[in-house]
Each structure stands twice: as structure tokens, then as C-alpha cells.
Design a protein around this ligand. Sequence first.
Ligand code: ATP
Ligand code: MG
Ligand code: MG
Length: 353
Amino acid sequence: GSTIGIIGGGQLGRMLAMAAARLGYRTVVLEPQPDCPAAQVANRQITAAYDDPAALAELADASAAVTYEFENVPVEAASALAAKVPVHPPARALEVAQDRVTEKTFLNGIGIATADFRAVDNDNELTAALKAFGGSGILKTRRMGYDGKGQRVFRNVEAGGFAGTCEAMGNVPLILEAFVPFEREISVIAARGIDGAVAAYDPAENVHRHGILHTSTLPAGISAGTVIAAQEAASTILSALDYVGVIGVEFFVLADGSLLANEIAPRVHNSGHWTEAACIVSQFEQHIRAVAGLPLGNPGRHSDCVMENLIGDDVLRVPELLAEPDLMLHLYGKAEARPGRKMGHFTRISRRG
Ligand code: ATP
Ligand code: MG
Ligand code: MG
């Protein structure tokens, strides 16, 4: 059968379903939220929890291959599915990406540098870790954080007096990361096919606002050597995970051009949305190609561009944006523009190559 299963029905699932349709595939989406963005374009929605055994069995039966649009798919669900139908990327990628300590340990183990870090489970461990990092660091929940949620910054604090911090963070496992004095942030979107071929897009330079990605700019203001180092690191990660599909890898760039990996996302990534406007083959098509066992497309970039997210009331800018000649608009079909909600994005072509 030529149906692709997608776990998760948000905007990333929607854009994957659109790319799949263009390549001639049908899609079925597993998503508990009715009338989700992806269901508006997919052929079918299974409206159930991501770990519902009957729903997973139905998804496996309906699909030639299954993929996902978010990194918090339960690992057990992905593993159970994988016994019945190919699941790409592999469950191991979820396991690594879901826990910041596991993730950094994995990256360091394959020779990719990250910020120094310590697992923190109580206020005493926090005190010790902050002391070790000279009084500065970023405390994060190990799991489930996104858009900068579940984070607390400490800058030049005196050791001690942190009673209650772990409780305020929800009494969940935490990580303290050393504060990285980065010059800029970049990300690489890369893909690995079923045949092991790797295709990496150019790194984007990312600016965040209130913890949410604001813009991705191409080209990034980095040297050719840093471009290659970032793409090679992404390729190393893909091979180490025996990965199939698209991955997003976020990096900090230091003043000397060297890189520290921040985190990986085992899926298509917001900082790769520019590829639909400035490349022949977008990250969404690339992911479907990989998952379906097709050859990967050319990740080359034909234009310089800036992608910008439309968050909440930013959608009110749509009429003026549509008046711009070299701008590609993409809305997600969400009815209500709540604060902090990703409603769409646009890519402005700044120079045609
Ligand atoms: P995402 O939505 O990208 O998944 P997230 O909630 O997982 O975000 P991170 O990417 O870990 O969070 O951090 C959010 C931002 O906070 C980073 O892009 C960076 O700007 C800043 N930041 C995170 N960790 C550090 C660090 N160790 N040192 C300095 N800045 C950091
Ligand atoms: Mg993250
Ligand atoms: Mg991030």
C-alpha cells in the first residue's frame, strides 16, 4: 500500500502530509485532537491517544511506513509499531532526544562537543553544580521542554540559597548546563535515506524571541569551515543512530567559530521551513522521500532568504505580507490565534541565486 502513517497532527504533520500528497502517497494521521492542522490535509485521522494500543494497531495496518512529527512520541509506542511496520526515524532517536542528559551523553560519546552539564535531582545537587560552573548556568527540565519552557537562568550567583528551586521546577529530573557565551545560533537540517545516503542543507542562523524561534536566515554569518563542521556533525549523528528521515541539529557558535551542539530534533524542524521557498526539495519532501524509501533530493539552496514565524496576533500582518512580491506565505489552518501559538510562517527571498 502507498499510505504513510504520521504520528502527531500539528503543523509539522500537516506539512508532511502535503509533501506526501505531492509525491503520490496517501496519509493517515494519529492525533487525539479532532480537526487538527494535519487532518485538514491528510486522507484520514485516527482520533486517539498516541499510545492507544488499538489505534496503533490500526495505524500499522493502514500504513506502508510510519513516521512522526514530534519528539515526545512514547518510545514504547514506536517500538511496538516497529514490530509490525517500518518506523522512521528509529525509536532509538526518540529515546536519545527525549532526555537532555541522555542526548548530551550520546553526543559526547560520538565525539560531538556540548556545553558542560550535570544531572540535578535536588537543591543540594543544584548548589554543587552551580559552584562547579562558577555560579552561572541554565537549569532545564530533562524531558518535555520546548520553546524555552521549563528553564531557569542563573548568572553569577553565590553558591547556596537555592532551597525550593527543584520544587518550583516541578520536582522532575533536571539538568544544569554551563552557560555558553555563544556568538550566534545555527541549525542544520539533514536527511539520511534508507540506502545510508546523507543530504545536508546549509545551516540557518536562528534568532529566538521569548524562547520561541523568530527568524532563520540563510546564509548564516559563519565561515565555510564552520558550515562543513556543522554538516559533518549532523552526518555523524545520523549514521550513529542508523537513522532514516530528516533531523534538526541546533548548535551554538563560539567566537572562534567552533561549535557546541545544543539539541537534536528527530523530525522536520521549524528552522528548516525556509527550504520550501529556497530549495528545489524541501525538508518535508526530503523526509517523505526517506521514509518511503525513495532516493533523497538535492538539498542545494538556490536563493538567500529569511524565514519568520507568525506567532499569535502576528497573523494580522498577512494582508501586508501578501503585498510583497518575493514572499512565500504558509498558514497552518488554526482558527484561534492564542498568544505564543505558531499560526504560520513566511519566507522572504532576499537574493535569487
Ligand atoms: P526548542 O523549542 O528549540 O526545542 P528548548 O525549549 O528545547 O527549545 P533549548 O533549545 O535548549 O530549549 O534552549 C532555548 C534557547 O535558550 C537556546 O536556543 C539558547 O538561545 C538558550 N540556551 C539554551 N541553553 C543554553 C546554554 N547552555 N547556554 C546559553 N544559552 C542557552
Ligand atoms: Mg528542544
Ligand atoms: Mg532548542
